[in-house]
Ligand binder design. Structure first.
Ligand SMILES: Nc1nc2c(c(=O)[nH]1)N[C@H]1C(S)=C(S)[C@@H](COP(=O)(O)OP(=O)(O)OC[C@H]3O[C@@H](n4cnc5c(N)ncnc54)[C@H](O)[C@@H]3O)O[C@H]1N2
Ligand code: MOO
Length: 418
C-alpha cells in the first residue's frame, strides 16, 4: 500500500496456510451450509438462478398423441372419405368408420381410431377421396415419448439457463422454486491507485475495480454499479465504514489489496472490528498466498462473506477462481465445480510445498494446454490470453505430456479464439 507513517502494530503469529484443495472444499461447504433462500419466481425471471428442487413434468410429454406432419389422419386401408379437419389446439372427434379420414395439421391431436397419418405431399385427392400409402414409420408422437407425468428431468442444484426454462415451460410450469443469484459488492483498497490516465510517479491504475465485477457476473452474481466502491482511503475507520455499508445488501463482499499485515494493510483489523470469523486465512498456493475468506453473521441471522483478494492483480484473479468460485457454487446450492483435465504442451515447474497455478491457453480441439508468458503476479498480460490455470500439486513438477487439472476462467462462449 502507499507510504504513510503510523505507529507499529502488535504482530500476531500468522496461522498456517490451508492447502489449496482443502481451502476449496472448506469454502464450498460453508457456502452450501449458508445456501441462499428459496424463492418461487415466474418462469421468465429465472434465468441465471438455480433449481432448488428437481424439475418434474406435470403431464406426459407430449400430453396427447400429436401429428408430426401436415396430412391426413386415416382409418383403414383406404382410399379414404374426408369427414372433417383437425387443427393444432383442437380436440378431434374419434374416427369411428374404416376408410374415413380427417385433414390434420402438424401439432394437432390425432383422433382416436386413426391407424396412420399420411403426408399431404404423398397423397392425392380426387372425387372426394384421398389416396396414398402411409409410411411404415409412425408420423405421430405418442404420449410419454419424451417423459412420463411426474418424471424427474433435472436434479436440484441445476443452473437455470434458457434451455431449462424452455423445458420447464413445456412441462407446464408457471413458476419455479429457485435460489436467487448471489449479490456481490467490491471494495478496492489502495491510496496509490489511479482511476484514470496512465500510471506514473509511483501510482498505478486500478486494474481490479473495472475488471472484477465482470468476473463476478460471469460466476452468476448480481453486481450493481453502486456496489463497486473505491479506492477506499487507507485508514481503518474508512475501511470499517465501507465494509459495513457493503455488507448491508451483499451476500459476498470482495475486497482487493490490504491482505497482508503491513502498517497500512487494514483488512484484517477491519474483519476483527466487525466480528468476522476466518474460513480460510492464507492458502499454500502461488501466486495468491494471502487470499482469505471470512464469514459474518448479522443481527438478522443472515450469513455474509468477505473474500479478501490480494492486491497483486493476477493474484486477485487466482483468489477468485480458487475461493470465490466454490463459495458461490455452495451459496447457489450447485455442485462443487469439477476441474477438467488438460495435457501440458510444455513442462511447468512446481512451487515447493505450495500448489502452483500456472496460466495456460487451451486448444479446445485437442485439450492441449500451452503455458503463456508474462505471468508475474503483478501482471495481467498473460491472463488476457489464457483460458485458465493449470494446477501443479505441492511437491511435484509437471513434464510435457502430463495430464493435470485446470481451473477455468469463467469465460463466455466466443471470448477466446484459441
Ligand atoms: N513482507 C511480505 N510482504 C509481502 C508478502 C509477504 O509474504 N511478506 N507477500 C506478497 C504477496 S504474495 C502479495 S500477493 C502481496 C499482497 O499484498 P496486499 O493484498 O496487501 O496488497 P497491496 O499491498 O495493497 O498491493 C500489492 C500490490 O498490488 C498493487 N495493487 C493493489 N491493488 C491494485 C489494483 N486494484 N489494481 C492494480 N494494482 C493493485 C499495489 O499497488 C501493489 O503493487 O503482498 C506481498 N508482500
Ligand atoms: O501471492 Mo502474491 O500473489 O505472489 O503476489
Amino acid at each position: 500500500m502507499s507510504t504513510e507513517t503510523a505507529p507499529p502494530t502488535d504482530r500476531v503469529a500468522a496461522p498456517p496456510p490451508a492447502g489449496w484443495e482443502e481451502a476449496r472444499s472448506r469454502v464450498y461447504a460453508v457456502g452450501l451450509a449458508a445456501a441462499l433462500p428459496v424463492v418461487a419466481r415466474p418462469l421468465a425471471d429465472t434465468d441465471g438462478s438455480t433449481l432448488a428442487e428437481p424439475l418434474t413434468t406435470r403431464t406426459d410429454l407430449p400430453a396427447f398423441p400429436t401429428s408430426s406432419v401436415d396430412g391426413w389422419a386415416v382409418r383403414g386401408a383406404g382410399p379414404w372419405r374426408v369427414v372433417g379437419r383437425v387443427l393444432a389446439g383442437n380436440t378431434p372427434a374419434p374416427l369411428t368408420e374404416d376408410d374415413t379420414t380427417v385433414e390434420i395439421a402438424t401439432g394437432a391431436m390425432v383422433p382416436e381410431g386413426a391407424t396412420a397419418v399420411l403426408r399431404v405431399e404423398e397423397s392425392t385427392v380426387a372425387d372426394g377421396l384421398v389416396r396414398g400409402t402411409p409410411r411404415s414409420t409412425p408420423e405421430w408422437r405418442q404420449p410419454g415419448e419424451e417423459a412420463y407425468a411426474d418424471e424427474e428431468l433435472l436434479p436440484a442444484g441445476t443452473p437455470v439457463d434458457p434451455a431449462v426454462i424452455g423445458l420447464a415451460a413445456s412441462c407446464g410450469h408457471d413458476t419455479l422454486r429457485v435460489r436467487r443469484a448471489p449479490r456481490a459488492a467490491l471494495l478496492v483498497f489502495g491510496d496509490e491507485l489511479l482511476t484514470a490516465g496512465p500510471p506514473a510517479a509511483g501510482r498505478v491504475r486500478d486494474a481490479l475495480g473495472p475488471a472484477v465485477p465482470g468476473w463476478l457476473r460471469r460466476y452468476g452474481c448480481q453486481v450493481r454499479a453502486a456496489d463497486v466502491v473505491g479506492p477506499v482511503a487507507d485508514t481503518l475507520p474508512a475501511h470499517v465504514a465501507a465494509l459495513r455499508a457493503a455488507l448491508a445488501s451483499a451476500d459476498l463482499v470482495c475486497t482487493t489489496g490490504g491482505t497482508m499485515n503491513g502498517p497500512v494493510d487494514h483488512l484484517h483489523p477491519t474483519l476483527q472490528a466487525l466480528g468476522a470469523d476466518y474460513v480460510v486465512n492464507t492458502v499454500a498456493v502461488r501466486p495468491g498466498f494471502p487470499m482469505l475468506l471470512a464469514r459474518l453473521v448479522g443481527d438478522d441471522g443472515r450469513v455474509r462473506f468477505v473474500a479478501g483478494l490480494p492486491g497483486n492483480p493476477q493474484s486477485a484473479i487466482v483468489a477468485l477462481v480458487s475461493l470465490v468460485a466454490p463459495l458461490l457454487a455452495g451459496l447457489q446450492g450447485r455442485p462443487m465445480p469439477m476441474l477438467p483435465q488438460v495435457t501440458l504442451a510444455e513442462a511447468v515447474p512446481g512451487r515447493g510445498d505450495h500448489t502452483h497455478l500456472a496460466l495456460v491457453r487451451v486448444d479446445r480441439l485437442t485439450g492441449t494446454a500451452f503455458p503463456v508468458r508474462h505471468v508475474g503476479s503483478a501482471m495481467l498480460r498473460g491472463l488476457a490470453g489464457a483460458d485458465g490455470f493449470a494446477v501443479i500439486r505441492p511437491g511435484t513438477s509437471a513434464a510435457a505430456g502430463d495430464r493435470v487439472p485446470i481451473v477455468p476462467l469463467p469465460l463466455l462462449p466466443g471470448e477466446r479464439a484459441s
